[in-house]
Design a protein around this ligand. Structure first.
Ligand code: NAG
Ligand code: NAG
Ligand code: NAG
Ligand code: NAG
Length: 541
């Protein structure tokens, strides 16, 4: 008894001298030394937020990290989680990937500063962490040193989203989402040590990261665990979803491919495989009712708990956390996804059906009439005649119309909602037909030099003026839950989706270099979206 009570006293005597070392942060289970950069920002890279998810923790919910003595240098990103379909495994990729990075103004490192926190969830279709390792320096500078930025990796593919009866019984479903929640809980516990305010956390995310935002907003049917206080979703992706039963095919196929089928405990067999043996068999296969591979086969699973129902329905029923939100899209959401050689309506329908296997023929009939049958399409070099119209269809089904529907539904609950249409044209992308492609605005939000993949060339020339405009709206929203308060001088007011009670909404900001202004969603798009949201539950979105 006596001995135990001495330990905290000893520790508290030691800490003051260590704290004096500027960038060292003590997390209880580990201590990390960050790096103060010449730009006034300190970065801590590769902080472990959950235990190594191996052995019994593979296909299981994340656990607290173990204790580690000494001070670790937080000067390198942690490994990125293993994506579907990549073998052999490159060295910067590993199952030991549950790490996060923190960026904070160096001057904020005192107990009195409570800066707003931007918690960023990167995309990758829940099957990869594309474009991981964003650099928070650009956004912090754009906020006049007024925010803290957190980025992290979460499990994807089967590592994060394997589902089926055995996983439900012997492991856990939706572990990639649980990793995100684990990282948010880490922020609640520790971010004040970096100068951040745990009571002012804003989620950001693109694509699957934005889809994650919709899942976190509606998690447990909208139970508010106070992990975040506003959210900005970019190109929210609405895949078709399955429950554990419907996902059994993917589990069984993985068991068969890995020679685990004759094992008495197939889950244990999968857990005992080394990463190489498992990853070699981590491939995409068609859904049971489709002929061709979907873009992303593994994903969040309806589990009756964390993910209680389809996203469209949860929002429609008001089962979501009521915090200020941004949704929005790029003009040409699907050009980077639709195979360029699509040259008939049949191929277009097969592509759509591969993603949404529950789609009915009468849905396709309507979609074909709306997008594919007017016969007069712009053509692009090295592309089939139906590439662009198929992209228009898939872009609205999966991204644009879900964002429009949520904006209306959430506004109707009296929650502040903003929506954007990003239309910044890069000349090369316009010429190739890629257009204003999926999530390209991350380059403007983070700053072109702070994103790991190269930005379109015009972002450092003709489109450079859009960067402070986007950064102004985003950092303003992060700081004040309103994109206008600290917006870039001279940029237009970004009005809410519904500008007054009784207004039926559909007001969004149109963002284009030198031409940014409010617009009303055009009537034809509105009508297409009305149809698509009427069939969304049929598509299992
Ligand atoms: C951390 O970096 C410092 C300075 O570069 C070095 O002296 C020290 O050995 C490193 N510590 C560890 C645990 O690698
Ligand atoms: C503490 O942080 C705040 C906010 O970042 C800063 O303005 C202030 O100067 C800091 N105080 C000290 C004593 O460093
Ligand atoms: C982020 O950018 C700053 C400024 O260019 C640089 O000093 C820093 O090393 C970068 N951080 C990472 C993690 O790349
Ligand atoms: C949104 O989608 C739901 C679910 O399909 C539908 O019931 C509702 O009418 C849609 N709302 C709007 C405004 O489009």
């Amino acid at each position: 008894m006596m001995l135990v009570s001495f330990v905290p006293i000893l520790v508290s005597l030691l800490i003051p001298s260590i704290v004096a070392l500027d960038t060292v942060v003590h997390l209880g289970y580990a201590s990390y030394r960050g790096q103060a950069l010449p730009n006034g920002i300190t970065q801590w890279l590769g902080l472990r937020y959950a235990a190594l998810p191996l052995g019994a923790l593979r296909f299981a919910a994340p656990q607290d990290p173990g204790w580690r003595s000494g001070i670790q240098n937080a000067t390198q990103h942690g490994p990125i989680c293993i994506p579907t379909g990549q073998y052999p495994i490159p060295k910067e990729i590993s199952e030991d990937c549950l790490f996060l990075d923190v960026f904070a103004p160096t001057s904020a490192r005192n107990s009195s500063s409570k800066l707003p926190v931007f918690f960023w969830i990167q995309g990758g279709g829940f099957n990869e962490n594309s474009n991981a390792n964003y650099n928070g320096s650009g956004l912090i500078k754009a906020s006049d040193m007024n925010i803290v930025v957190v980025t992290f990796n979460y499990r994807v593919g089967p590592y994060g989203f394997l589902a089926g009866r055995e996983v439900e019984e012997g492991g856990s479903l939706n572990n990639g989402l649980k990793d995100q929640i684990k990282a948010l809980e880490w922020v609640q516990k520790h971010i004040h040590k970096f100068g951040g305010d745990p009571n002012h956390v804003v989620l950001g995310g693109d694509s699957a990261g934005a889809s994650s935002i919709t899942l976190l907003l509606s998690a447990y049917g909208g139970r508010d665990d106070k992990l975040f206080h506003a959210a900005a979703a970019e190109s929210q992706s609405f895949a078709g979803m399955m429950n554990a039963d419907e996902s059994q095919f993917a589990y069984n196929n993985l068991v068969i491919r890995t020679d685990c089928a004759s094992s008495e405990d197939t889950l244990e067999c999968l857990r005992n495989l080394d990463a190489d043996a498992l990853q070699q068999q981590n491939i995409n296969t068609p859904y049971p009712k489709a002929q061709i591979d979907p873009l992303y086969m593994y994903g969040p699973t309806i589990d009756g708990d964390l993910v209680p129902d389809y996203t469209y329905r949860l929002f429609q029923q008001g089962r979501f956390i009521k915090v200020p939100v941004i949704f929005g899209d790029d003009t040409n959401e699907a050009t980077i996804f639709v195979p360029k050689d699509i040259s008939s309506i049949g191929e277009a329908d097969a592509f759509i059906q591969a993603q949404f296997p529950e789609i009915k023929l009468h849905h396709l009939d309507e979609i074909n009439a709306m997008y594919l049958e007017d016969g007069d399409y712009p053509t692009f070099p090295n592309a089939g005649e139906y590439w662009r119209p198929t992209s228009n269809a898939y872009g609205e089904i999966r991204y644009i119309c879900p964002g429009i529907n949520l904006s209306s539904v959430i506004s109707d609950y009296g929650v502040k909602t903003w929506n954007y249409h990003y239309a910044v044209e890069d000349p090369d992308a316009m010429q190739s037909g890629t257009g204003v492609s999926h999530t390209v605005e991350v380059n403007a939000i983070w700053g072109p030099q702070y994103v790991s993949k190269p930005a379109p060339p015009s972002y450092i020339t003709t489109n450079a003026p859009i960067i402070p405009v986007m950064q102004g709206y985003w950092t303003s929203f992060i700081r004040s839950f309103d994109p206008n308060k600290h917006r870039y001088p001279g940029s237009p007011e970004w009005k809410t989706w519904q500008q007054s009670d009784g207004d039926d909404g559909y007001n969004r900001i149109f963002i284009k270099t030198g031409e940014t202004r409010m617009e009303v969603v055009p009537q034809d798009q509105r009508e297409r979206c009305e149809y698509l949201s009427s069939i969304a539950l049929g598509l299992r979105q």
